[in-house]
Ligand binder design. Sequence first.
Ligand code: HEC
Length: 196
Amino acid sequence: MKNPRVGMFGLVFLFTCWMNAFTSDAKRTEHIPGIPPDVVASYIHSIIQADRTIYSSFIVNRLHENKILDANEAWEQTNSLLLPAQFLQKSGRLVAEHGTGIRFRLISLWPIYERNGPVTDFERKGLKAVENNPDQPYSGVIQSGKISFFQAIYADQAVTASCVNCHNTHPLSPKRNFKLNDVMGAIVITIPLPDK
Ligand code: HEC
């Protein structure tokens, strides 16, 4: 830079533009209306579903096919990979620890473990509804103490034979006649609603 004043002016100009970019962004977001909770739930569901698919196909299946490492329910004791269901439940617990109030888990009317069964009437109804109509999530507002939550229940289907085989042969499974594409359970997503 030949003239240091021009250089300085340039820097100040750039800095002002940079600051403006932030303040105008802040102003803009104030006018954006709230995103409806069913839309937020569908955003969260699409991410969970993508992670579930990527983990199952690109990690578990790939390492199995290449004879590198298998998934095993007793992954901690056997130095194996977590099952996809364990991956989902574990990430759900981690998200719950973050204190945002958002929760998700995998549930079923025929759970291998009772803790994965429905805990409310709403969840039981939702599981039945998505079993009959897997393309349509079941959702509504529930009350827990003084806090209202939006809850959405999305069908979890037997997309591969391994879902069916493992659940039909698991010693603790109460249902042993799952077929390919059956609804085996659901992903339930819970979002706290702001105070009115
Ligand atoms: C190798 C065995 C295995 C395979 C394969 C498997 N699961 Fe599971 N699944 C389990 C186990 C074990 C649990 C319980 C995990 C826990 O909560 O600790 C479980 C949990 C679930 C649950 C929650 C209810 C319950 O049974 O406890 C659903 C729903 C579910 N699996 C659906 C599926 C679907 C859909 C697939 C295929 C995409 C699949 N599973 C593949 C073993 C398996």
